[in-house]
Design a protein. Structure first.
Length: 144
């Protein structure tokens, strides 16, 4: 099975979730441990194989979010309108952080970022997360 950018974003959310629950001291070692664990999966089992470009794509997002988390949170808090960032579920918080980072630091069109974030929230959390993620990232997109 060939991996896609969607799969790379899923890996990034998995890493960001792990980092949110247990912040790493050494980001490169954290990333290496994730890929080593993922590498134990065998393509013959129908699992995606990591290719260089997609690995870089995922790592760019994870490193970007982890190194600018305070700046991202400063953008998110006002968008939450009197809701504490840490009252959000871990998945929603990580998806929103990655969405903010992508909008601010890549040339990926904002509607694509929002759609990908909605799908990730729905996949890893619940359908109710879709509207939260959509609302917050749509507000940000309109303000940029």
């Amino acid at each position: 099975m060939t991996a896609t950018r969607r799969q790379a974003r899923e890996w990034a959310i998995q890493m960001l979730t792990a980092a949110d629950l247990n912040p790493p001291d050494d980001i490169p070692a954290f990333l290496a441990a994730f890929w080593e664990e993922l590498g134990t999966l065998d393509e013959s089992e129908g699992r995606a194989v990591v290719s260089g470009g997609l690995k870089d794509f995922a790592e760019e997002r994870v490193t970007g979010v982890l190194t600018t988390k305070d700046d991202i949170d400063a953008i998110l808090v006002p968008l939450l309108e009197n809701w504490d960032l840490y009252r959000l579920g871990t998945i929603e918080r990580c998806v929103l952080r990655m969405g903010v980072w992508e909008m601010k630091n890549t040339d990926v069109p904002k509607p694509v970022v929002i759609n990908e974030a909605i799908d990730l929230a729905n996949w890893f959390s619940s359908p109710k997360s879709r509207s939260l993620v959509n609302g917050i990232l749509d507000k940000l997109a309109k303000s940029l």
